[in-house]
Write a protein that binds this ligand. Sequence first.
Ligand code: BG6
Ligand code: MG
Length: 217
Amino acid sequence: MKKGFIFDLDGVITDTASFHFIAWKQLADELGIIIDLKFNEQLKGISRMESLERILRQGGKETDYSLEEKEALADKKNTHYVTLLQELTPENILPGVETFLKEAASRAIPCAIASASKNAPFILEKLGIKECFSVIVDPNTLAKGKPDPEIFLRAAKGLAIQPNEAIGFEDAQAGIEAIKAAGMYAVGIQTEEALVGANKIVKRLDELSMDELLKSE
Ligand code: BG6
Ligand code: MG
């Protein structure tokens, strides 16, 4: 039997991709780099600095800035992003999520967040569901980002369960790869992007039968 749930945040619990895009687009415009929504897809699940690197590469400007300057650019994007996050309310929780979390709580199944976002605790507070998660992995403490399994393994450890007792939920390919590399069962949340390697794919969490999910191998 599975004993715990580990969730990505952006695209699984709430849809912040459009806020990330608005903030990155403003910065890219200032730098004279063109990015569009299709390009934004490849930033999903990727850390702030790696996202900036990809944007600079997109504009052929990967060697134009020092590390200090890149940190300042990433901070600037984040300040804008955090301003946009002020608008978040419980209405921004994706459909099906609250029902699923309530059912998990009623069965005493612990839940964790494994998100690359350093804003995860703030976002969960704004959504009013922070207390649903007994573990929120701090991405500042990780050596590697997704698709490395480190973040999911750390979450399982925090929940005091074995990796093969955990179910991971992800909307990004890098995340599905991280869950599988951690030796966990992977549920993919379907977006425009095809998710390769997921054990199951759904559009929303309340499509899942928790009884069946907990028995899955
Ligand atoms: C991930 C998002 O959850 O968090 C990425 O999918 C984002 O797009 C990453 O870059 C880091 O987020 P933050 O909030 O730390 O800049
Ligand atoms: Mg995501």
